[in-house]
Design a binder for this molecule. Structure first.
Ligand code: MIG
Length: 700
């Protein structure tokens, strides 16, 4: 049976069942079954193919291309190209993970195959524990399977990866725009308390002229780790605190874990706990198959988890956030949502927990990997209901395909080591290739002892990541930007200021990710899919189409090789022009991260500031990097930065082009979309390497 579309032919042989996907134009196979789809109720297949596991097992086996590369699969502590790797998806709390640890926090059963420049994508729509093997167990096949559920997968044919990511976003959801301040610099610690310490950190930032938009409260702000409460001694007046922070341009984000303290009336001496009492009365907490309440142990001690598959429970949970909003809290941080249980981190203790699941009453085997997704959904929808005039802001540790609709994610409990820093780049780019554009990692690393050099190099990666937050464990060494002395602090300031200068470019690129599913933080191969030199590069990255960054990822290193893809490139710092398609050797003293701009780009910037709303964007500078023909173009996206009005035309998209014309440049500025009016402002145009600046006053 052949199913044909304009782009794809799907040829299904009925006996034995074998499926082949072919390009409709060339009739060449793109992806072919290596053996029939398999179902095995005893797990023999799993024994045969992979890892001995009991129970139902379903699998798909594909012919492995001799020259096929694999990308994606979400949050994996692995290099960029997943060829010859094998992976498991089972959301797990894995503090201090290192390269090769698997699984870790998230499950995104979506991957890309790339061969001879043409890509396809496969989304395996199955939340059970799943396995992906890209030629590890056999050189003949790549296969994936799961311990239960339906064998149901979506096949995307590109051949461009960008198109696949676009379709994948249409299927699993587009990332909404966060409030613009979420692109600002963020600072966290387990834990800043009491309130005076929170303010002291902010004061340091301001006095040292270091940009900051957001500060976090980790678990110690609560009354005995009870979510939706504040400790009266440590935070006697949270509203007054957020008011004072607001006057300094700072937003507060509070952590909210899934563990609700098991706290019946009279059980503890420090008062009653409405969240436990309400949830119990409404029967919203998870139960085992025998009807008993499921009681995991997490930070509050004995706890309970909400069954977020119940629509009423999600609504109730979402409405609880009124407590935070009334206190001026700007965003919510979901941690421990694998869900982590100190009794047993593998999930064994939870296997007989039953969830409502649309009336199907299914067990943990199906619901573990989607727990964080549904908790984030409950939170997002609650914030949307309670504060419709503002975009919700949530960050999450665990997740499943679709989590991009609700939350930013960060890569959990990393180490303060050079190896962990180097892993940032393949992890961020892989997340971007897996439909999660809004990502970041604890800057400086979470566990252990860092130093000034590591912190600086870490900022030189994260200052261009969508989520830029320094965070540290409770018993780790302090690592705020000033902790290692002025020498390092001055360099960090330079990069934070540069981030804020580049905000118009970053915001424009993030909006592109929202609209198209194409991430901000990219592996080179996403922009240069026909250049095999890029297929394994995971110590460099690109931001959007135009910036190329080649950070230093080892101590005592001040020079490195950089691969520049075809085209021409400008060194951001010196404006020296290089021909691409080759490796160059560049200097990278501690205060310099090798940073290149694509010739032909136009990068919008604003004057630096110490927080997003500190001053109006009344001056915008377009930095012109002409290509060999004297041409450059760029886009600027603008909106109000806080409200959801952008979803209904409350935006402005401006296209700017520059063309060398006699002795100067002819510039054209066109508003191509939207009704948002940013007011009167000055537009500057600077041509890379030239002194003269033309200044245009533009009235809109
Ligand atoms: O068991 O809330 O990944 O960022 O500081 C540790 C305390 C719980 C793990 C998170 C980390 C956070 C910490 N949490």
């Amino acid at each position: 049976v052949t199913v044909a579309t304009d782009e794809l032919e799907v040829v299904v042989r009925r006996s034995p069942l074998l499926i082949e996907f072919r390009d409709a134009g060339t009739h060449q196979p793109i992806n072919s079954d290596e053996r029939p789809m398999a179902y095995d109720s005893k797990g023999h297949l799993a024994n045969m193919l992979f890892d001995p596991k009991a129970g139902n097992f379903i699998a798909v086996s594909k012919k492995l291309g001799f020259d096929e590369h694999f990308y994606g699969l979400g949050e994996k502590a692995a290099r960029l190209d997943k060829r010859r790797g094998s992976f498991v998806n089972w959301n797990s709390d894995t503090p201090g993970y290192t390269e090769g640890k698997d699984p870790i926090y998230q499950t995104i059963p979506f991957y890309l195959g790339l061969q001879h420049g043409a890509a396809y994508g496969i989304f395996f729509d199955n939340s059970y524990r799943s396995y992906f093997d890209f030629g590890r167990s056999s050189q003949q096949r790549a296969w994936f399977g799961a311990e239960g559920g339906e064998l149901n997968y979506y096949f995307f044919y590109g051949p461009s990866i960008k198109k696949i990511l676009n379709r994948y976003a249409d299927l699993t959801g587009h990332m909404p725009l966060p409030p613009k301040w979420a692109l600002g610099n963020q600072q966290s610690r387990w834990s800043y308390y009491p309130d005076t310490m929170v303010e002291q950190v902010v004061r340091e930032y301001r006095e040292r002229d270091l940009p900051l938009d957001v500060i976090y409260l980790d678990i110690d702000y609560m009354r005995g780790y009870r979510v939706f409460t504040f400790d009266q001694q440590r935070f006697p007046n949270p509203k007054a605190l957020t008011d004072r922070l607001a006057r300094q341009g700072i937003k507060l984000v509070t952590i909210v874990d899934p563990g609700v303290k098991h706290d019946p009336p009279g059980a503890s001496s420090d008062g009653r706990y409405f969240v436990f009492e309400q949830g119990l009365e409404k029967n919203y907490f998870q139960r085992r198959s025998n009807g008993e309440l499921f009681v995991p142990r997490v930070w509050p001690g004995e706890s309970v988890f909400v069954d977020y598959t119940l629509p009423e429970a999600r609504r109730w949970w979402g409405d609880l956030f009124r407590v935070y909003l009334d206190n001026g809290v700007a965003g919510i941080w979901n941690d421990m949502n694998e869900p982590s249980d100190f009794v047993d981190q593998t999930g064994k203790n939870q296997l007989d927990v039953v969830s409502y699941d649309n009336g199907e009453r299914t067990t943990h085997a199906k619901n573990r990997n989607t727990f964080a997704l549904l908790m984030a959904r409950a939170t997002y929808e609650g914030l949307e209901r309670l504060r419709p005039e503002q975009r919700p802001y949530i960050i999450t540790r665990a997740g499943y395909a679709g989590i991009q609709r609700y939350a930013t994610m960060w890569t959990g409990d990393t180490n303060s080591t050079w190896d962990a820093l180097a892993l940032n780049i393949p992890m961020f780019t892989t997340l971007g290739l897996s439909g999660e554009p809004f990502i970041g990692s604890d800057v400086g690393g979470f566990i252990g002892r860092g130093n000034g050099e590591l912190l600086v190099r870490s900022y030189q990666v994260s200052f261009l990541a969508p989520f830029c937050r320094n965070h540290k464990t409770s018993d780790g060494y302090d690592q705020e930007p000033w902790r290692f002395g002025k020498y390092y602090e001055d360099i960090i300031r330079k990069y934070l200021k540069l981030r804020y200068e580049l905000l118009p470019f970053l915001y424009t690129t993030l909006e592109q990710a929202h609209r198209t599913g194409i991430p901000l933080f990219r592996p080179l191969l996403l922009n240069y899919q026909n250049d095999p030199n890029t297929y394994n590069i995971d110590d460099q990255f690109m931001v959007g189409e135009d910036l190329l960054v080649a950070p230093i990822l080892k101590p005592d290193v001040t020079r490195r090789l950089v691969y520049l893809p075809p085209g021409a490139w400008y060194d951001y710092w010196t404006n020296r022009k290089y021909a691409g398609g080759t490796m160059i050797y560049v200097d990278a003293p501690l205060d310099t991260v090798p940073l290149f701009v694509r010739a032909g780009a136009m990068i919008p910037t604003v004057p630096p500031r110490n927080f997003v709303g500190e001053r109006p964007d009344d001056t915008i500078t377009f930095n012109i990097y002409p290509d060999d023909k004297g041409w450059a173009e760029g886009t600027l996206y603008e909106d109000d930065g806080v409200s959801p009005a952008y979803k209904n035309g409350g935006l402005r998209r401006t296209m700017v082009t520059a063309r060398r014309d006699g002795r100067g440049f002819a510039v054209s500025v066109d508003v191509v979309e939207g009704q948002y009016n940013p007011g009167v402002r000055k537009l500057n145009f600077i041509v890379a390497g030239q002194r003269s600046t033309s200044i245009t006053r533009v009235k809109t």
